[in-house]
Design a protein around this ligand. Sequence first.
Ligand code: NAG
Ligand code: NAG
Length: 465
Amino acid sequence: MARYHMSSLILLFLVLALFASPSQGFLGTKNKIKSAVFLSPKLVMSLGSVSDPYLFDIDFPRGHIGLKSFDAEVVDEAGKPVPLHETYLHHWAVQPYYVRKGSKLPQREMFANHGFSQQDPQTNLDSRSSDIILVKNGGLCRSSVLRHYFGLGSETRKTSTYVPDPYAVEIDNPEERPDGYEFKWLLNIHAIDTRCVEDKTGCTECHCDLYNVTVNEYGRALRPGYKGGLHCCYDKTQCRVKSGFGNGEKQRNLYLKYTVKWVDWDYTVLPATIYILDVTDSQEHICHVEYDVEPCKTNGDGCIDVKKNSFMMPFNGYIVYGVAHQHAGGVGAALYRENGEGICTSMAKYGNGVEPGNEAGYIVGMTSCYPAAPVKVSYGETLTLEVNYSSAVGHTGVMGLFYILVAQQLPEPELSLPNLFQAHAGSVSVLAFLAVTVLVAVVVLIAAVTYQRQNREDGYHSLTT
Ligand SMILES: *[C@@H]1O[C@H](CO)[C@@H](O)[C@H](O)[C@H]1NC(C)=O
Ligand SMILES: *[C@@H]1O[C@H](CO)[C@@H](O)[C@H](O)[C@H]1NC(C)=O
């Protein structure tokens, strides 16, 4: 008799175990994470040279996936990491786009067509019947700048871009892809060769005089008083090298080596949207991207340039990750609620050696913010971004960006019987609840039948013994 009771009990336990164990289906994106390493097309660099190409259709995992991280670094032909004091990585940025199938646009036309030159008022992209449609992040900048998905600079080696579980950035949902288009990735790499230059810091901060530049990348005169920044160190400009060295010397080929981690998309993955807050943003969301830090008047260590900007949040959701992007001189950045409550902080890490990833004087990493509990943000709420730079010396062309990842939905409480019986919202848990109810009923039925049969058999047995 005990044997039959045992078998019903085991069945019941099996059913309970099935539903009570922290379900791999629900939160376990970790065990399905895939990873691949790619090399960008080559960058040909020589003493003082600048490379700032927009590379279309780069190698990337295909299909309906959830991005978990994107990490990158500059390497040479032999695959050896190149230190920042040789090649300064001003930034890299990846941006998805749709391209009409079969369209064969040359790179130049792709560039004019795709939107980055929207900063150039004479190119109005959206009005063209476009072979290219940029897939933009959630905001907040309205122009084409800062609409990329991932992007970092010198800090890339020691900055975590990992999207915490169970979230991921959804890529190429077939239901959103326009008919006749394919999903591709665009990579912009901005690298400055500072070997043998007269002034490494000046070259990395794009001082216009060192580049001997008077017009911007579109051939227009720089605005009066513009001393340094992106408009002076665009593709194929040349920073001044020390006397005795010539432009074009010591040419070498470099690559951006990037590692992508992803999961195949399914219901267990929760989407998170990327937003980029720019401290130079305006009310109309015209993002200036860069600004200058004036040297402080008083000497000493207390010289901190604090720049703040407030943003109305255009979503209801939960911040699950945050990280700042700053240039050398940066101290850190933080995001606050209106009442002053801190939400996320990202601090600069400086190197103190010469080896790649630890170059003295450079920001080699930014700390990422992974809130202990997702930070709820309501539509219309105002958040303040604070960006700090040391102003012991002045800086040109610095940046104060803050990336946040926002989930619209939090994971359901883990599936366990107590939780299931409490659950009332969410179709998945209702379904699970129904399934459990039915299973429990079946088990009870089997147990009852078995018990009855046992009693009969027990009676029978007792007669024969
Ligand atoms: C700077 O540019 C001007 C023309 O724009 C040129 O005449 C001059 O030689 C350049 N100076 C250096 C040092 O390259
Ligand atoms: C920025 O500097 C101000 C003033 O020194 C300080 O109160 C604040 O905590 C700093 N914030 C960050 C993120 O470093």
